[in-house]
Design a binder for this molecule. Structure first.
Ligand code: NAD
Length: 254
């Protein structure tokens, strides 16, 4: 089950954290993987080497997902190398903690452009390749703070808005692309130990507060999200479209 042999994936923001975890999980299931990065060429190369050591093909591709021309060049480079893109994981994301009075238009644009517009630009560039083969999987990384489930984060209104947009984008694209054999879904992670959520590893009080709340008594790891991505990328998930899978250790249930 969940055999991705012969598939090619592009994972954005894959030099570290959840993106890295997803890229490696997809490769372990047999996929060749293009590792997109924004600035950390060295970290991206390390991920490429890890994937290559699994016997899969991999390249690192630099691009700011919020820049149309860079996204187009990235997709062209991946297509040139692999001749196809079957799986797109829109993972790249940013945040900065700002209350409304502190938040500038620049903060707003940075977060919305990276987290939401970036997913639109990547989907727009990759979908023609998926249409060519009549098969595709697009996996958008949302958040439990995407809205509608009673979780909001303090001083992150722009981030919450961007992730709400990701869920709406996922549903909109799912109904449009499903008839073409392209399934679009989202994963909404809870608290995952990465650089973005470094308060979890740096602040014992935050960590203990989370552990007390979570049904599964551990903090999430990138591989937990990678496993959900493997499922959504697989043939077996062919009847899943426009869904959001919450991978949150039971946060929402508690
Ligand atoms: P991270 O900061 O470790 O990784 C984010 C990655 O995105 C980095 O590699 C970064 O370089 C890349 N990136 C940022 N801006 C980019 C751009 N313009 N173009 C290309 N790449 C860019 O954070 P993470 O926790 O691994 O986050 C990955 C995704 O998961 C994000 O979308 C985030 O919002 C989401 N998420 C994380 C958590 C969590 O608890 N860590 C929870 C919910 C959702």
């Amino acid at each position: 089950m969940f055999d991705l042999t012969g598939k090619t994936a592009l994972v954005t923001g894959a030099s570290r954290g959840i993106g890295r975890g997803i890229a490696i999980c997809l490769a372990k299931q047999g996929a060749d993987v293009a590792v997109n990065y924004h600035s950390s060429a060295e970290q991206a190369q390390a991920v490429v080497e890890e994937i290559s050591s699994l016997g899969r093909r991999s390249i690192a591709v630099k691009a700011d997902v919020a820049q149309k021309n860079q996204v187009e060049m990235m997709v062209e480079a991946v297509n040139k190398e692999f001749g196809r893109i079957d799986i797109l994981v829109n993972n790249a994301g940013v945040l900065n903690y700002k209350t409304l009075d502190q938040m500038t238009e620049k903060d707003w644009d940075w977060v919305i452009d990276t987290n939401l517009k970036g997913q639109f630009l990547c989907a727009k560039s990759v979908v023609p390749l998926m249409e060519r083969s009549g098969w595709g999987r697009i996996i958008n990384i949302a958040s439990i703070a995407s809205g509608g489930v009673g979780v909001g984060y303090q001083a992150l209104a722009h981030y919450c808005a961007s992730k709400g947009g990701v869920v709406a984008l996922t549903e909109g694209l799912a109904i449009e692309l499903g008839p073409k054999g392209i399934n679009v879904n989202a994963i909404a992670p809870g608290a995952i130990e990465t650089d973005m959520a470094k308060e979890i590893s740096e602040d014992e009080k935050v960590k203990q507060g989370l552990l007390a709340r979570l049904a599964v008594k551990r903090i999430g790891q990138p591989d937990d999200i990678g496993a959900a991505a493997v499922y959504l990328a697989s043939e077996e998930a062919g009847y899943v479209a426009g869904s959001v899978i919450y991978v949150d250790g039971g946060w929402l249930a508690s």
